[in-house]
Design a protein around this ligand. Sequence first.
Ligand code: FMN
Length: 281
Amino acid sequence: MHKEGTPGHRHVPWIDQGDGLRASGACKWEGEGKNSVTSKDHLLCFSCVQTYDMREMDSVASVLELVLLHYSAVSSSLCGEQSKFSMRHSVSEITAIIRDRRTIQPKDYSDREVQRDVINQVLGNAIWAPTHGMTQPWRFSVFTGAGRERLSAFMGSEYMRITPPEKFMQRKYDNHVQRPLQSSVAITLGMARDPKGKIPLHEEQYAVACAVQNMYLTCAAYGLGAFWSTGAVLTGDAMRDFVELGPEGHCLGLFYLGYPKGEWPKGYRKPLPDFVRYFEG
Ligand SMILES: Cc1cc2nc3c(=O)[nH]c(=O)nc-3n(C[C@H](O)[C@H](O)[C@H](O)COP(=O)(O)O)c2cc1C
């Protein structure tokens, strides 16, 4: 018998000795927190939406057999009915991508070109971000090849234009000029305002930020370095006009892409309890 917290718990999760043989949950491999026991004697499977009469099980072995049968039925989609409650994707896979996603700067990219179909996949996933009122405010301008030189020249001259001489920093100027050329692709993260203005500006920006996260995750899946860069040059009115976003539009920065020339970097986050409070009563 497996108890909470023991290594085998995940695989045979719903058997509990307690007051005899009974189910303490169903199909835990289909998702935490979805357990259900219809009664002491019946087990409801959330995956195939069937009730199993535990009184027909004459031994622990029978219950285990049911678990295995059930697991294979779930995994090979033999359940006759699509469950309302079953998980639809692998949480471990999406968790792995989310946690592996990293910011990698253009100086760390190799010369390897990012192919057009990869760019389109990245942007094709971007546009599936949530959008209040379905305004779909994202607009992307993609700079590749010699297009990057135009962008680089614009960024260099714009940095010079908006920076007072006493604030000029050679390192910053070089970054603006070099980053587009160090990247295989640079994409402006544009936001076009809904003409009726029914959605607040900041919500349109949130939607674009969600799109950027989709881009980042897709890049991580490809092993592609990505870097969301902001700052006055990249978010000012001149950049907005450079990529023709209209007077109400806004550029939220640049998204650089390139294959990393070194190791994929490790990430770091503080522990979850530093950020979360539950109110339970
Ligand atoms: C809105 C936004 C703007 C950012 N702008 C910059 C930037 O201008 N320069 C920079 O070095 N990093 C920038 N970053 C990237 C962060 O530095 C990076 O996400 C952070 O260091 C965490 O690293 P990770 O993305 O690898 O987890 C930006 C990130 C976000 C979300």
